[in-house]
Design a protein around this ligand. Structure first.
Ligand code: SAH
Ligand code: SF4
Length: 444
C-alpha cells in the first residue's frame, strides 16, 4: 500500500488534527513514514495565522514537488480554504480539503488509489458509531504521537471574529464535542497510563455540550474526578469568558495544573475595540486579580503561572497605546509571553486597515516586551529556589534529563542517575533559577 507522511505547522490543534489524519489513512492500510522524501503522499497541515508560516509552506511544497515529480500533495489546515492559495498552488497540489471534511479526503483516496470496498461510513461503523455521516472528525480515534502526553480536542472553531484572525474562517463556527465522548477518550488514555492531558480548543471556555448541558467548568470537574495520577492542562481561554465559576474550578482542582494562559493581545482599550476583543484592559486586569487571589486562597502552597499572547504593531497602534501594553505586562508579572508582530491576513476585517506600523517599529516593540518579560520571568522563577516541586520528565538529551513543572517551567535535572525515565513524575529540589528555565536535583 502507499506510504504517506505529514508536515504539520502551527498550533497544538493542528498537531492534534494530524493525529486523526494519520489514524484515518492507516485504517485504509496506508503506511505512515517519517521520511518525507520516501513518501508517495504528503499531507500539509497548514497554519495561516501569520504570513511567515504561510511562506515556509509555499517554499517546502515547491522544493518537494521539484525533487519528486510523482509525489502527491494534499493540503489541509488553515490555508486550505483560501481561494488565492488554491490558485497559487494549483499546479503542485492534488487536493485541498477542509479538516472537517474527511469525506472529501476519503473520496479522493478512493479515486486516486483505486481503493475498493472500505468507506468512511465503514470506518465509523466499525467503531460503533451508527450516525457516521453526521459525526465530527473529532470523534475519530487518533494515533497519539506520544506515550504519556495526549492532546484531546474538546471543541473546534470560533465565533469571536477578532478582526486580525483567520481562525473563524479557517475552522468555521464553534463546535463542542459531547462530554461523554471526551471522558471516554480520557479514560482510555488513563488506562494506558498517560500522565498529561491537554484539552484543546480555540476558545475552551465557551465549551458547551448542549445535550447534556455541560459547560467547561463542569467538564473540568468531571475530568478532575477521574481516578489516577495525572495532570490536566487546557488551551486557549478568552478573557471575556473567564467566569467566576471557571476560575474557582481551575484554581481549586487537584489535577488541574496551576497555569493559566490568558491572551491579552493589547493593553489599550481603543486597540482592543478595533481588534474586536470584547473586553477592556480593566476587565482583563480584574480577571487576572481574581485568578491570582483564588490561587492564593485555594492552593496557598503551590506556585502558579500566568502567560499571555501579545500582538505588536496592530494598525494605527501609537507609542502611547503600546505603552499601556507594557504597563499591563509589568502589573501582571507574566511567566511567559508569546509575542507576534501583526501580520495582515486576507479575508479578515483588519485586512482592510492600513498595516502602517513599520517592521522596524514592530521589532522594537517586540524587544521592549521581551525585556519586561525577562525581568518578570526571572523574578517568578527565583521564587522556586530551594523549593520542592514535581516535574514530569519529558526529554532525554545526551546524558541529561529535562522535565516540566505543573506551571510549565522547564527544569534541567542536574542529578546524575541514568535510571530516570521519560514519562514519569519526580520530585526535584530547585537549585538554580534562570530567565527561561530552572535547574534541580531529583530527591525522589
Ligand atoms: N484563540 C486564541 C488564539 C488563536 S491564534 C485567542 O483567542 O487568543 C494564536 C495567537 O496568534 C493569537 O493569540 C495572536 O496573538 C496571534 N495572532 C493571530 N492572528 C494574528 C495576526 N494576524 N498577526 C499577528 N498575530 C496573530
Ligand atoms: Fe482568533 Fe479571536 Fe477566535 Fe482566538 S478568539 S481564535 S484570536 S478569532
Amino acid at each position: 500500500m502507499p506510504t504517506f507522511s505529514i508536515q504539520t505547522f502551527g498550533c497544538q490543534m493542528n498537531y492534534s488534527d494530524s493525529e486523526r489524519i494519520i489514524s484515518f489513512l492507516e485504517s485504509y492500510q496506508f503506511n505512515f513514514i517519517n521520511n518525507i522524501h520516501k513518501a508517495d503522499l504528503i499531507i500539509f497541515n497548514t497554519c495561516g495565522v501569520r504570513q511567515m508560516a504561510e511562506d515556509r509552506i509555499y517554499g517546502q511544497i515547491n522544493n518537494l514537488k521539484q525533487q519528486h515529480k510523482k509525489l502527491l500533495i494534499v493540503v489541509t489546515g488553515c490555508l486550505a480554504y483560501r481561494q488565492d492559495v488554491q490558485k497559487r498552488l494549483k499546479n503542485q497540489v492534488d487536493l485541498f480539503f477542509n479538516i472537517k471534511d474527511f469525506n472529501k479526503l476519503e473520496k479522493w483516496i478512493h479515486k486516486t488509489f483505486s481503493l475498493k470496498e472500505k468507506s468512511f461510513l465503514d470506518f465509523f461503523s466499525s467503531k460503533k458509531y451508527p450516525t457516521a455521516h453526521k459525526i465530527s472528525y473529532l470523534s475519530l480515534t487518533p494515533k497519539y504521537s506520544n506515550f504519556f502526553q495526549a492532546y484531546v480536542p474538546i471543541m473546534t472553531g470560533c465565533n469571536n471574529f477578532c478582526t486580525y484572525c483567520v481562525v473563524p474562517y479557517a475552522r468555521g463556527r464553534e463546535y463542542s464535542r459531547p462530554a461523554k465522548e471526551i471522558i471516554q477518550e480520557i479514560k482510555k488514555l488513563l488506562a494506558k497510563n498517560y500522565k498529561e492531558i491537554f484539552l484543546l480548543g480555540q476558545n475552551v471556555n465557551s465549551y458547551y455540550d448542549k445535550k447534556q448541558k455541560i459547560n467547561f467548568a463542569q467538564l473540568l470537574k468531571k475530568i478532575n474526578s477521574l481516578p489516577g495520577n495525572f495532570w490536566i492542562r487546557f488551551l486557549t481561554s478568552h478573557p471575556k469568558d473567564m467566569s467566576d465559576e471557571l476560575i474557582k474550578v481551575i484554581t481549586s482542582s487537584q489535577k488541574i495544573c496551576e497555569y493559566v494562559h490568558l491572551p491579552l493581545q493589547a493593553g489599550d482599550n481603543e486597540v482592543l475595540k478595533k481588534m474586536n476583543r470584547k473586553y477592556s484592559p480593566q476587565h482583563y486586569l480584574k480577571t487576572i486579580q481574581k485568578i491570582k487571589n483564588s490561587f492564593k486562597k485555594n492552593k496557598p502552597h503551590s506556585p502558579f503561572a500566568i502567560t499571555t499572547d501579545i500582538i505588536v504593531g496592530f494598525p494605527d497602534e501609537t507609542r502611547n497605546q503600546f505603552q499601556k501594553t507594557k504597563e499591563i505586562m509589568k502589573k501582571v508579572n507574566y511567566d511567559m509571553t508569546y509575542i507576534s508582530r501583526y501580520s495582515p491576513r486576507p479575508g479578515t476585517v483588519a485586512w482592510n486597515f492600513p498595516d502602517n506600523i513599520t517592521l522596524e517599529e514592530k521589532k522594537k516593540r517586540e524587544k521592549e516586551i521581551e525585556k519586561i518579560l525577562e525581568k518578570t520571568s526571572l523574578k517568578n522563577n527565583q521564587k522556586y529556589l530551594n523549593k520542592k516541586v514535581t516535574i514530569l520528565i519529558d526529554k532525554k538529551r545526551g546524558e541529561s534529563f529535562y522535565g516540566k513543572t505543573r506551571t510549565l517551567k522547564n527544569v534541567k535535572v542536574i542529578s546524575k542517575n541514568k535510571k530516570y525515565s521519560v514519562g514519569n513524575f519526580y520530585t526535584v529540589k530547585i537549585t538554580q533559577a534562570n530567565i527561561w528555565n530552572l535547574e534541580g536535583e531529583i530527591i525522589e
